[in-house]
Design a protein around this ligand. Structure first.
Ligand code: 5GP
Ligand code: ZN
Length: 112
């Protein structure tokens, strides 16, 4: 079973990478929905938020810290939004857990 974000994490599919460490990676979304649109993923394959367990607690913290770091590195000083889509109704299209970091313009609320 191939997973596009596992392939990106492994470097087998190119992406505009911001940074990575042994656990997480941040890269620009190929179809940005805002002037800045970064994706933060765990390098390990986790299908979605519902697959997360209490044992992933440290990793979840690392993902949020990476989202904050991505916002800082891309200069989102006016603010930004971190989103996790889960399932069809949540708008999830890639089955590998990821955080969207969006900014660079005022973001409407509630989202569509
Ligand atoms: P979701 O809809 O699952 O919450 O978000 C998936 C995101 O992954 C979408 O915003 C989509 O544009 C992005 N995406 C899908 N395939 C690729 C890819 O191959 N490279 C990059 N950089 N982003 C991708
Ligand atoms: Zn994966």
């Amino acid at each position: 079973m191939s997973c596009i974000f596992c392939e990106i994490a492994a470097g087998r599919i190119p992406a505009r990478k911001l940074f990575e460490d042994d656990q997480v990676m941040a890269f620009h979304d190929v179809s940005p929905q805002a002037p800045t649109h970064v994706l933060v993923i765990p390098k390990a394959h986790i299908p979605d938020l519902d697959a997360v367990t209490a044992g992933h607690g440290t990793l979840l913290g690392e993902l949020l810290l990476a989202a904050r770091k991505a916002a800082a590195q891309t200069g989102l000083y006016g603010g930004y939004r971190v989103v996790v889509n889960r399932g069809a109704d949540g708008g999830q299209s890639v089955g590998h857990l990821h955080l969207h970091v969006l900014g660079g313009r005022p973001l409407a609320w509630p989202p569509g």
